[in-house]
Design a binder for this molecule. Structure first.
Ligand SMILES: Nc1nc2c(ncn2[C@@H]2O[C@H](COP(=O)(O)OP(=O)(O)O)[C@@H](O)[C@H]2O)c(=O)[nH]1
Ligand SMILES: [Mg+2]
Length: 149
């Protein structure tokens, strides 16, 4: 089964995002078709310990995920950039998520632009609390998984 890994520092909103994405899948499945419901089990979402924790399990996940979500919550994102390089070397497709976007007056747009500029990666502002950006993120994950069949 294909794996989508959720990476980020402790308290960056990884677990909340996992639940938001899972909810999104279930809602889509109910609203559309049995095909979509089977989609629930097509992908395994992998929650990880913080990238700011000395622990080998996130390292291990980095080696096995098709798509990696890298959560960023503020402009101190050097550690996340280092992980992005690690994930690139491991062959993962990467999406940057500006997490807790509801906490930014501009919805995270300025931080997203800054990260996109240095990483060149697709960057999506997401709030697991309001649901903003969750559908866009889900679509981008599926697009990337589709290109990697
Ligand atoms: N404002 C806001 N807070 C969030 C959001 N997602 C998570 N949080 C809060 O951030 C804290 C850490 O979230 P959690 O998902 O446990 O982070 P993790 O340690 O990366 O798994 C909790 O207090 C959450 O309620 C969000 O989208 N917006
Ligand atoms: Mg967690």
């Amino acid at each position: 089964m294909k794996q989508v890994g959720i990476f980020g520092k402790r308290k960056s909103g990884k677990s909340a995002l996992m639940y938001a994405l899972t909810r999104q899948k279930i809602i889509q499945g109910a609203a559309f078709s049995a095909m979509e419901i089977s989609g629930v089990t097509r992908v395994m979402l992998v929650d990880t310990v913080g990238v700011d924790v000395e622990d080998s399990t996130a390292e291990k996940s980095a080696q096995s995920v098709e798509v990696a979500l890298m959560l960023i919550t503020d402009d101190a994102f050097e550690l996340e950039l280092a992980w992005i390089n690690k994930l690139r070397k491991a062959g993962s497709a990467i999406i940057v998520v500006i997490s807790k976007a509801d906490e930014f007056p501009d919805g995270g747009a300025a931080l997203a632009a800054a990260v996109k500029e240095v990483s060149g990666l697709k960057t999506i502002c997401v709030s697991s609390h309001t649901g903003a950006g969750v559908i866009e993120l889900d679509e981008e994950i599926n697009r990337l998984l589709g290109t990697r069949d």
